[in-house]
Ligand binder design. Sequence first.
Ligand SMILES: Cc1cc2nc3c(=O)[nH]c(=O)nc-3n(C[C@H](O)[C@H](O)[C@H](O)COP(=O)(O)O)c2cc1C
Length: 189
Amino acid sequence: MEQILVLGMSGSLRRASYNTALLAAASELLPEGMTLERFDLSSIPLYNDDIRALGYPKPVEEFRDRIAAADSLLIATPEYNYSIPGVLKNAIDWASRPPDPPLNGKPVAIMGASTGDFGTVRAQMHLRQVCVYCNMFPVNRPEVLVMRAREKFDAGGRLMDEVARGFLRDLLAALFDWTRRLQKDSLNE
Ligand SMILES: Cc1cc2nc3c(=O)[nH]c(=O)nc-3n(C[C@H](O)[C@H](O)[C@H](O)COP(=O)(O)O)c2cc1C
């Protein structure tokens, strides 16, 4: 069986981001047969349809190609004002446009960390809504909601909380199964 290649991205550009640290934790908890690569969204310019009409800027082209090459996606989203950060929405907007929008039909796992008590639940629900239009297929369960992140990561940004690590491990295993299932379905079409 071939490896499942997952492209991970964090919706935070902050150096000490808990969400970027959550992606790093995912690298330690992958099931056998899964590889995780990461894309840094800091190179993605603001969406402008005039620019798109002239041709995708290089970093956007690279982002789109990396998504197309991946079997599935792993998105770590912060919650900004009860929604997803503009950085993440902007990147999704670029990847949702023709020709051959690379997000179309992509399996995706969603997770998030916040310093507050609700662990990005509202942002994750918004992200699921965006997935509908982009025709992405999110894993439903488990939900990885890392609340009170200051207590869950150590000073070096390592996820220390065993409960959160367990949910993350289960999410990655669910993404593995979900990706294989969708691959099988598309072979049978
Ligand atoms: C503009 C802004 C809006 C925020 N809004 C929310 C919010 O709606 N809900 C919440 O739980 N935390 C909110 N926060 C706090 C974030 O959860 C916290 O800054 C978190 O550490 C951001 O993720 P990061 O560590 O990956 O950068 C907000 C932070 C910023 C900068």
